[in-house]
Design a protein around this ligand. Structure first.
Ligand SMILES: Cc1ncc(COP(=O)(O)O)c(C=O)c1O
Length: 343
């Protein structure tokens, strides 16, 4: 169809513009809500698809060379480890994985002049242990080494003040502890962290009118440079609502999650043959355990058949892991402990 004056300035155009304005508004609401939840400014948060997407964006913000090194831990989720191992395949980067217990001293001892990134979780997904993130980020900063945090198990589970951790980049998602829809997450980027854009498009450009094909344009100075293009306003609205609700529940909500984990851990501890693998008292809503004589895989499958949605954690920590949230009742947790003793 030929563009007529009516099409480019009339009602159809205005409807189109309205649609984009609506998307921009919903995205802004999601950024504001998630930023507020993690103590950041809205401009320091980019919307992503999930934690793993954020981790890939963070890994892509470093200009990798053969022989560079990246430090992480041996119990990371594939959402962190896969992007790191990909670096070793593509660029010959050495991936150094530190075994637990993770201490700032152990991380420090693994850093060399070739270390270009420290990438690790805030909460260990295998045990629910909270890592000494602030200390780790501080020592990496002293050596000018960027830090990238996997916050999949922390945001909505424990209090998170991303700027206060000192992390350069902090990735998380809406669909886990925030109880939001699958398909949208966020990446916090420290405001003065000078990262090249690793995922660029029209949303990354500060003033789309300044763009020309010769590359004359400025990227957003902050996190927004990582947002490239159209996202789902439906997911953004759901993500915003989930983050707003978590903010409203506040510290009391997080304490409610932790208390349920503590209650479950108390029950499981009394079951003969069960060994708890999570810290006591509980630090998060994750409760990991082993059952003597039953592999974790088998135990998780049998519990699932009884409609208890627990997770099997693979090597190197092959545990059964339960996640407690505010909607779990004491009766449900008692029923789970009974089902575990039935194994
Ligand atoms: C520590 C950790 N990182 C990353 C992920 C993957 O998260 P997402 O689905 O948001 O990419 C998970 C999922 O269980 C996880 O526990």
């Amino acid at each position: 169809m030929r563009a007529t004056d009516d099409l480019i300035s009339g009602p159809a155009y205005l409807e189109g513009a309205g649609l984009y304005a609506r998307q921009a508004e919903t995205n802004a609401r999601a950024r504001e809500a998630t930023a507020r939840l993690i103590g950041a400014a809205p401009g320091d948060v980019a919307l992503t698809q999930n934690t793993t997407h954020g981790m890939n964006l963070g890994v892509g913000a470093v200009d990798w060379q053969e022989g560079d090194e990246v430090v992480s831990t041996s119990t990371e989720h594939p959402g962190c480890l896969a992007p790191l191992h990909n670096l070793s395949r593509r660029f010959g980067v050495e991936v150094r994985l530190i075994p637990p217990p993770i201490t700032a001293e152990k991380i420090k001892a693994s850093l060399t002049p070739k270390t270009r990134l420290v990438a690790l979780s805030h909460v260990d997904w295998t045990t629910g242990e909270v890592l000494p993130l602030t200390e780790i980020c501080a020592l990496a900063r002293e050596l000018d080494i960027p830090t990238l945090v996997d916050g999949a198990q922390s945001v909505g589970n424990i209090p998170v003040d991303a700027p206060a951790t000192g992390a350069d980049m902090y990735a998380f998602t809406g669909h886990k502890w925030l109880l939001g829809p699958e398909g949208m997450g966020a990446l916090y980027v420290r405001p003065d962290f000078d990262a090249p854009g690793a995922n660029t498009g029209y949303l990354s450009i500060e003033d789309p009118k300044s763009f020309d094909a010769e590359g004359n344009y400025d990227l957003h100075p902050g996190a927004r440079r990582f947002e490239a293009s159209t996202m789902s306003p439906v997911l953004a609205a759901g993500f915003a609502a989930a983050a707003e609700a978590a903010y409203e529940r506040g510290e009391a909500g997080l304490e409610g999650i932790r208390r349920r984990a503590e209650f479950l851990a108390d029950l499981l501890e009394k079951v003969p043959g069960v060994t708890l693998r999570s810290p006591r008292p509980a630090q998060t809503g994750l409760v990991s355990f082993e059952v003597a004589g039953v592999t974790a895989n088998d135990a998780a499958e049998r519990l699932l058949r009884e409609r208890f949605v627990v997770r099997y954690i693979p090597d190197p920590n092959p545990y059964v892991r339960a996640s407690t949230h505010l909607f779990n009742t004491e009766e449900e947790l008692e029923a789970l402990a009974r089902a575990v003793s039935g194994l």
